[in-house]
Every structure is written in C-alpha cells, then in structure tokens.
Design a protein around this ligand. Structure first.
Ligand code: SF4
Length: 601
C-alpha cells in the first residue's frame, strides 16, 4: 500500500450485541457496511455479531426465549454491568422468565455471559482500528454498555461510538455523561454521520453534523442543515451480510438465517399517540418496488436464503402491491414477514400471500372505536375485524397487540372491547400488551391530555440501574402517575378474556380449519361455528338470508344492502342483522356490516 493510501485508510469495527434475534444478521451493520464500502475513501468495515456466540453457548431455544423477553435480557447484562444491582436484576429476570424456563438460573447465566465476553475479547483483533461502533436497538443497551466498558479497558485509545434506535438525543447525551467508555453518540440515521465521524478522526474534516453528539455537549433542537439523512433510499447499495455468515461458519452453526430487508424508513402514517418508533427519522422515505425486488433477487442468489423479514414500521401500500405482484410471478418459494397497517380488500391479502407474505404484524392495538380515535390510529373496529378475517381467509398468520390500560380509557371502551372480543374469537388471538409510556411519543409529550400527572422512571429500570446513574438517564421506556390503578382493574376482564382466547385456539382439534367457516350449497349456506367448551354450532341460511350474508363478505353499507335487496324493509334488515350479530357470526356498526365466517376451502 502506498504511504498516501495508508494515511487515508480507515478501519471501522461495528458490533451488534445480544439480545438481537440470533437467526438474523444485523441490517444496521449490513447497511452501514454496504454504504461505507461504496464511498471513495478507503474504509474497511468489520461487522461483529457476538450474539451468535452467546446463542451457541446458551443454546438456540434458550437464547430465543431470552431475546423474546426484553426485560429478562436487560436484567442479565445489567447484573454484569452493575454488580451491586444483581440481586434486584435477578428479580426482574425471574418475573419475565419464570420457572417454566428450566436449565440455568440467573447466577449461572451471568457466569456464562461473563465467560463468553472474555473469550470474545481475547480473540478480538482491533489493530489499526480507527473507530468501534455499537448498533443499539431494543434490548441491546446494557449488553452494549458492558462490552464498551470491557473494550475500553483493553484498548483505551480507540474511540467508541453508539448509535441506533435506542440512542435518542436525550438518552445519547446522558449516556455520554454517565459512561466514560463512550466517546460519541449518533442520534438518528447512521450512514452519513458515521462517514463524517471517520473522516474527522482521520483528520480530514470538521464535525458539522448535528446528530453526532460528543462529551460535554449541550443538546439543542436540530436545524435542517445539521440533519444528515439519505435523501433517496434508492442510492443505498445492498446490505452486506458476509461477516455474519462467516461467523456462523466459524461457530459451526448450521441454521438457515432469515434475512432482513428494508422497503422504507419512518412511517407514512406517523400519527399514533402511543408510538415512538420514528424518533430517529426526520422524514419518511421508501424505495420503489422494483428496487426491493432486485435486492431480494440478489440476496437470494448471494446468500441462498428463502426467508426475509421487512424491518419497516409499516410497508408502503402502493409499492408493496407492486412488489408482491412481482414476487408472485418469481417462481420461487420465498417467504416474507412484514408489519402493515390494516388493508381494506380481501384481494390485497390474497395477492400478498401469493407473493410470499405469509406472516404479518398488523397495528390492531384496540377494539373500541373511541379508543382507536384517541390513539389516533386512523382505523376502526371494522378495519381491524376486516384485517383479521381477510388474513385468515388468505391463510396468512396475523399477529397483533391489544393495548390494555391506555390512560384515560373509559368503562364503556372496556365493555365495547369485551363485546368485540366475542366476535373476534374465531380469528388468531392477539397479544395483550400493557400500555407503556414511550419517550417522545405524543402521549409522553402532552401527558396532561391523557390524564397523566407525572412521568417517572419505569420500576424495572429502578431495579436494573443504580439510582445515581438512572437519575441522569432519559430512558426510552417510562412509567407514569395518573389513573394506572383504575386502568389495571378496569382492563383485567379483557386480560383474562385474551388468555381464554389463546386457550381456545391452543385446544382446537383441527387448527387447519377455520373456527368460523361456511360452505355454500347454492341456495343455502351452512355456517359452522366452534365454541368455547361447547360442541360446534351449525347455522343454515337459506335463499334471501344466504344472499344477504354473502353480500356482507366485505364491509358493506346497510343502505347499499337495502338498495340491493329492495324486497326487505329497513326494520326487517335491522332485525336480521341484529340476530346474526347476536349469534356472533356478523359485525355491524351504525353504517356497515361484515360477515365474519370465512369460506372453508
Ligand atoms: S404505531 Fe405503527 S402505524 Fe402508528 S405511527 Fe407508529 S409505526 Fe406508524
């Protein structure tokens, strides 16, 4: 290498810690490596995924269970990071991973993780490394702080930067103040700020980007020229996952990974009052379907994987239509997971399913219209039932959350939720999610509007972090004072009903059948309805009744039904629909109705 080239060459080590999902490479690391690799400067990027070695040591199933319980995962590394907190952290761990998890206890796990960390540090090669970067998302904060401290002790001269969705401006600034191992925090999108930081450390440029925080810096609101985001996502190259595959090989892991892909950044809706998922993005951007289809094709060829997971908060609707239509014609057995907002048409679910989208997370959140309005979801109970029904009819696995204990919920809203749960029984059960107060969410920004009288540290964080440090950390998840106790009591019947809903589905003798289905006999239909603790019921609808029920296959306005079936009076129709609703085979609101039974193929 020529002297000039040597002077300009930089080496960056990027790290993703537990509890990242072990069977996926980090898209954050892969994207940064791809981006920096195409810049004119010579930047060598090594991506490290130490969570793979931890998964190998603990066993895949055990690792998976911990990674699915963020508080349990944080409790483990907090026990190592702050030994004085270990006893209380063990309580948090036990609460989230109770006795059903057999094998190692908390203490034993700490020893395993500590040993694994030392082993990993012993084989780390950081010669000529210009910068070490941690991507910190979800439950990776304690593990990243622990690793940063250990690395700094061995390599005190290498600067350390942290970034990722956890690193908001407020938390980033407090991390710099409280943890001496961290030299910089990038708040927001990583590509361009990371490049600028590397060039700065190499003496080639000043730091101008406002999203790079340094020690002792007071944070102020960002001006437009201080924000550095990729304006056009189509300029991004393919994420590079080579290092992950190499690490898998070295560790002898032989599972087939699921590859993360990215359609968009931010959320095209971005209005839900409980949501803080878009703090790191300043603007919404999406790739074109054609580009994403090409990326999938290239990854398919390069890494020979068939399963892909979209990292988007919500897939872009029009481009997703085009993308799945392209995939439907690919002739390959590809499978995708994606998060979507509710879609209106059965045909769209079927198209997406044909294009490989076999599993979705849908933002259901509530089954009460007034509650959905206060959450500013932009959806209704009808939209949510439509999503659940159409996903079922397209054989698509739909997962979603029902947010319980939303501040200011009324008894009427709880009662409505319980009523709708009766109608939703045949569909795949939702998960109960107790409301949590996310830093930067609209509820957190305007707490009084929601009856919140004070925002305080989350009780789990009070157990996991020493008080002196926590007092100065602006954590992402907070707790609040207001009507918490009332809400817990009020929502308990819903919580119990959700447990019953899960049990009903777990015990169904033949899950390949729909729990509420119909077969069409031409001039009559037979609806089969499975029930909790009772044998299935059968309803036969003949002639006109059959035709009206089938006309409600998609949501239909009642006044349209009256026009279509002019032989029926308004009163007769209301009576008929009320009877079907009472039998729990149809949902009607003031304007429209939806038949709930799914045609049994
Ligand atoms: S909850 Fe989902 S849809 Fe709502 S703003 Fe957040 S990311 Fe967007």
């Amino acid at each position: 290498m020529r002297d000039e080239e040597q002077a300009n060459s930089m080496r960056l080590t990027l790290i993703s810690m537990p509890w990242a999902i072990f069977n996926r490479p980090s898209i954050q690391l892969g994207t940064l490596k791809g981006f920096l690799g195409q810049q004119p400067e010579q930047i060598k990027v090594d991506c490290l995924h130490p969570y793979l070695a931890v998964a190998a040591r603990l066993g895949m199933d055990y690792y998976r269970q911990i990674s699915e319980n963020p508080w349990a995962g944080e409790a483990l590394y907090c026990g190592l990071l702050f030994p004085g907190q270990a006893e209380q952290a063990a309580q948090v761990f036990a609460r989230y991973l109770p006795a059903r998890i057999t094998g190692m206890g908390y203490e034993q796990l700490l020893s395993q993780l500590e040993e694994e960390m030392e082993k990993w540090l012993d084989q780390l090669q950081l010669d000529n490394c210009s910068l070490i970067g941690f991507s910190v998302c979800f439950s990776q904060l304690p593990a990243s702080l622990y690793a940063a401290r250990k690395i700094k002790a061995r390599w005190p001269d290498i600067p350390i930067v942290m970034g990722g969705s956890t690193c908001t401006r407020e938390l980033g600034s407090s991390l710099l103040a409280e943890f001496s191992a961290i030299d910089y925090v990038i708040t927001g999108e990583g590509e361009q700020p990371l490049q600028e930081l590397l060039l700065h450390l190499n003496g080639q440029t000043e730091l101008t980007c406002g999203t790079i925080l340094r020690k002792n810096q007071t944070i102020a609101a960002l001006t437009d020229h201080e924000i550095s985001e990729i304006a056009d996502l189509s300029s991004l190259p393919l994420p590079v996952y080579d290092d992950y595959f190499q690490e898998m090989q070295i560790l002898g892991l032989d599972f087939i990974p699921v590859l993360p892909i990215e359609f968009s950044r931010g959320c095209w809706w971005n209005k839900c009052t409980f949501c803080n998922l878009n703090l790191q993005w300043q603007g919404y951007r999406a790739k074109k379907a054609e580009q994403v289809a090409t990326e999938v094709k290239e990854m398919h060829k390069k890494y020979q994987c068939l399963d892909y997971t979209f990292t988007d908060n919500a897939l872009p609707v029009k481009e997703a239509d085009l993308f799945f239509a392209t995939m439907a014609d690919s002739g390959k057995d590809l499978r995708f997971f994606g998060e979507i907002r509710t879609l209106k048409k059965a045909a769209t679910y079927h198209l997406y399913r044909k294009g490989g989208l076999n599993s979705v997370q849908v933002g259901i959140e509530a089954l009460s219209d007034s509650l959905l309005a206060r959450m500013n979801k932009g959806t209704t109970v009808m939209d949510n039932l439509v999503a659940m029904k159409f996903a079922a009819s397209a054989s698509m696995t739909l997962d979603g959350n029902l947010i319980l204990e939303f501040p200011g919920s009324s008894q009427e809203e709880v009662t409505e939720t319980l009523r709708i749960l009766e109608l939703a029984l045949p569909f795949r059960p939702l998960s109960a999610a107790g409301f949590f107060l996310g830093h930067g969410s609209p509820v957190c920004v305007q707490p009084k509007q929601y009856g919140i009288t004070a925002i305080v540290q989350h009780p789990n964080n009070r157990k996991l972090y020493p008080k002196r440090i926590l007092d100065n950390l602006d954590m992402l998840i907070k707790s609040w004072r207001g009507d918490r106790t009332l809400q817990k009591k009020q929502w308990l019947p819903v919580r119990n009903r959700i447990v019953q809903w899960h049990q009903f589905h777990a015990r169904r003798p033949d899950p390949s059948k729909h729990a509420l289905s119909y077969r069409d006999g031409g001039d009559f239909i037979i609806i089969r309805q499975e029930r909790i603790n009772d044998p299935p019921l059968h309803h036969r609808l003949r002639g006109l009744s059959r035709r009206i029920y089938l006309a409600c296959e998609e949501p239909v306005e009642k006044k349209k039904l009256l026009t279509q079936f002019s032989q029926v009076t308004k009163e007769q129709l209301s009576g008929f629909l009320a009877d079907l609703e009472q039998k729990k085979i149809l949902y009607a609101n003031t304007k429209s109705c939806l038949a709930l039974a799914v045609r049994q193929p």
